[in-house]
Design a protein around this ligand. Structure first.
Ligand code: PLP
Length: 483
C-alpha cells in the first residue's frame, strides 16, 4: 500500500512538475518576440501537396492538339528534373545539398510574434508572421531561384531568361545565377522598370542583363510596342518575351518565378519551418494568410498547413489579392495561356484572360492575369478562400505595421498584413480570439516611390471594372473547358 501510495505520489509530483514546466515554457513563449531555428533544422525535403489533394489537378494542355503536354514538349524550356517535379506525385522531394548550402546564407528565416501590432490595434487575437525579407534579394523568391539555377546548371544550360513584375523575382534569379555560375536576362515590366530603378541596379550588381518589357529584343515585344506604344507592360507580356528568348537559343532555359507546381514546391521550406516555429511558440494557427500574385509565397507558407487541414484539422486559409487584379475572387476557372502572346501551354487556373493588362498599381508582383493551378483547384474545392483589397487600404495597413513592428513591407506583402487586420477585427467584433499566421514575403526598401505617392495622396484606388473584365474574358472563348 505504502509503496503504491508513494508511487502515485511520485507520479503526481512528476505531473505537477511537468505541468509547471509546460506553463513556464508557454509563459516564456508568450513574451518572446522571435522564434528561431538552428541551421541544422533547415527542412531537407520539399513538400508536394499534389500527393494529398482531394481533387487531382487537371493536366496542362498543348494548345495545338488539345492533349496533355509531355516532357518532350517542355524540354526546350526547362531541365528534365524540374519537368519531373512538375508532375511528381511523391509527397516529399529531397533538396540537393548544393541548394541547402546556399539556403543557409539566410535560412531558416525568423518567425515573429507581432505583439506590438496586436497592442496597436487592441486585438484579443495573437498574430504571428514569417519573415522572408531577410534573404539577400529581400523576398521569398530565391527559395526557388536557387533550385532552378542549380538544376539548369546541372543539366548543361549556361543562360536563363525570365520576366519580373516587381523586380523581386528578377533580382532573386540574378542572385542565384551569379552564385551558381549562369548568365541571366531579365525582362522587367515597364511600369516597374520605371518605378523601381534601384531594383534594376540590384539585378545588374548580380551581373544580369535587364530590359524594359515590352522590349525591342523579341518579336512579341516589338509587336506589342507597335500596337500599344504606351503599354505599361504586364507579367503576361514579359513572360511571352522571356519564353521567346529561351525557345530561340539552345544554351538558354526559361525560368518562372511563380505559378508552376515546381515553383510552389520549392517554397514549402517556408511553411515547414513555420510549423516547427509555431510549436516553439506553443501555438497553432486558426488562420493562415498570404498575398497571391501567381501564388508561390502563399503556397510556400500555406501548403504544409493545408496538409494538416486535409488530414482534418480546422484552419481558415486566406489568399489576399488586389482589387485591380482580382483573379481568385472574380476570375473564371478555365483553361488559359500563361502569357499574352499565347506561347505557353494551356493551364487550368483562375484567370482574367491572357491579354488582360492590370492597372499599374504599386504591388507589381500581384499584376498577373492567372493564379497557380494548384491554388486554383484548392479554391475550387473550398479549401482556400480569397479576398481583394484596394491599394490605399493596403498601404494604410503597411504603414501601421511599419510603425509597430518596424519592418517596412513590400506592397505585395502588405496585402497579407491588410488581410490579417481584417481577420483580427472580425474576430474582435465577434468576441472571438484567433491565432493568426501570415507571410511577410518581402521588405519594401526598393518601393519607396510607392510609399512617397501614398504619403502624397497620389495613389489611385482601382477596382477592376465589370466591362473591362468581360472584354478581357473574351480572350478565352473557344479554348477547352476544364472538367
Ligand atoms: C515580396 C513579394 N511578395 C509576393 C509576390 C507575389 O508573387 P507570388 O504570388 O508568386 O508569391 C511578389 C512578386 O513579385 C513579391 O515580390
Amino acid at each position: 500500500m505504502s509503496v503504491l501510495r508513494s508511487d502515485s505520489h511520485a507520479a503526481r509530483t512528476r505531473l505537477t512538475l511537468y505541468a509547471r514546466g509546460v506553463q513556464q515554457t508557454r509563459a516564456r513563449a508568450a513574451s518572446q518576440t522571435k522564434f528561431l531555428l538552428e541551421e541544422s533544422q533547415l527542412p531537407r525535403r520539399w513538400y508536394n501537396i499534389r500527393s494529398d489533394m482531394p481533387t487531382a489537378p487537371q493536366p496542362v494542355l498543348h494548345p495545338g492538339t488539345g492533349q496533355p503536354v509531355g516532357p518532350d514538349d517542355l524540354a526546350p524550356l526547362f531541365p528534365m528534373e524540374l519537368i519531373g517535379q512538375e508532375v511528381s506525385e511523391e509527397a516529399e522531394i529531397a533538396i540537393p545539398e548544393e541548394v541547402l548550402e546556399i539556403y543557409r546564407l539566410w535560412r531558416p528565416t525568423p518567425l515573429y510574434r507581432a505583439s506590438r501590432l496586436e497592442a496597436a490595434i487592441g486585438t484579443r487575437s495573437r498574430i504571428f508572421y514569417k519573415y522572408e525579407g531577410v534573404s539577400p534579394p529581400g523576398s521569398h523568391k530565391p527559395n526557388t531561384a536557387v533550385a532552378q539555377a542549380f538544376y539548369n546548371k546541372q543539366e548543361g544550360r549556361t543562360r536563363l531568361s525570365t520576366e519580373t513584375g516587381a523586380g523581386q523575382w528578377g533580382s532573386a534569379l540574378a542572385f542565384a545565377c551569379k552564385l551558381i555560375g549562369l548568365e541571366c536576362k531579365v525582362y522587367m515590366v515597364r511600369v516597374s522598370y520605371e518605378q523601381k530603378p534601384f531594383r534594376r541596379s540590384l539585378i545588374e550588381a548580380w551581373a544580369a542583363e535587364v530590359v524594359s518589357s515590352p522590349s525591342e529584343d523579341t518579336q512579341c515585344g516589338r509587336a506589342i510596342r507597335e500596337e500599344h506604344p504606351d503599354s505599361p507592360g504586364s507579367l503576361g507580356i514579359a513572360i511571352s518575351e522571356a519564353v521567346e528568348d529561351a525557345a530561340g537559343r539552345d544554351d538558354t532555359a526559361y525560368s518562372l518565378g511563380s505559378v508552376l507546381n515546381h515553383v510552389l514546391l520549392h517554397q514549402t521550406v517556408i511553411g515547414q519551418e513555420a510549423l516547427a516555429q509555431m510549436e516553439l511558440a506553443g501555438a497553432f494557427p486558426d488562420v493562415v494568410i498570404g498575398c497571391v500574385g501567381g501564388g508561390s509565397n502563399f503556397a510556400g507558407l500555406a501548403f504544409p498547413f493545408m496538409r494538416e487541414k486535409i488530414a482534418g484539422r480546422e484552419i481558415d486559409v486566406l489568399a489576399c489579392e488586389p482589387a485591380a487584379c482580382p483573379t481568385l475572387t472574380r476570375g473564371l476557372f478555365a483553361y488559359d495561356f500563361g502569357d499574352t502572346s499565347k506561347l505557353t501551354p494551356l493551364v487550368p487556373m483562375h484567370t482574367l484572360g491572357h491579354d488582360f493588362v492590370p492597372a499599374p498599381i504599386h504591388a507589381g508582383g500581384l499584376r498577373y492575369h492567372g493564379v497557380a493551378p494548384l491554388i486554383s483547384q484548392l479554391v475550387r474545392d473550398g479549401l482556400i478562400r480569397a479576398e481583394a483589397y484596394l491599394q490605399n487600404d493596403v498601404f494604410a495597413s503597411a504603414v501601421l505595421f511599419a510603425g509597430s513592428e518596424g519592418i517596412l513591407p513590400a506592397p505585395e506583402a502588405a496585402h497579407a498584413i491588410h488581410g490579417t487586420l481584417q481577420v483580427a477585427k472580425a474576430a474582435d467584433e465577434a468576441g472571438e480570439e484567433r491565432t493568426i499566421l501570415f507571410n511577410l514575403s518581402g521588405h519594401g526598401h526598393f518601393d519607396m516611390a510607392a510609399y512617397d505617392n501614398y504619403f502624397a495622396g497620389k495613389l489611385e484606388d482601382v477596382a477592376l471594372d465589370e466591362d473591362e473584365m468581360s472584354r478581357a474574358l473574351h480572350a478565352i472563348e473557344g479554348l477547352p473547358s476544364p472538367a
